[in-house]
Design a protein around this ligand. Sequence first.
Ligand code: HEC
Length: 108
Amino acid sequence: MKSILPSVIAVSFILGSGFAHADAAAIYAKSCASCHGKDGKGDTKMGKKAGARDYTTAEGQKWSDAEGVKAILDGVKDGSKTKMKGYTGKITEAEAKELVAFIRKFKK
Ligand code: HEC
């Protein structure tokens, strides 16, 4: 028993993080890709209209993780115009962090 326990913990950790990643991908595909694009370029009809950035470029990634989480939870406003609505209540802070990590991967 003593020798099995660490590997059980390791396996559940790997599975756990795997699921968390799949969640971010699923949320992104469902709620975010319409503007930000499946490839993160933001060149969808809605993305162009709203003014989404190109996340495949260094320029498009010029915001901090904290700013990204805040944008997802609180939304983004340009004066009185809402560029992106906030997802508080629908997306948890942990999920928002996962989404930011997911978006970072668009830039190779
Ligand atoms: C209606 C179109 C739209 C949808 C849907 C949308 N966004 Fe956005 N998002 C934008 C726009 C526009 C900005 C602001 C770009 C800027 O900074 O000028 C933005 C900003 C962001 C930012 C801050 C970094 C940046 O580009 O300025 C993050 C992170 C982000 N969105 C993630 C998401 C995630 C995750 C989802 C899905 C849960 C999502 N967005 C859904 C349009 C959208």
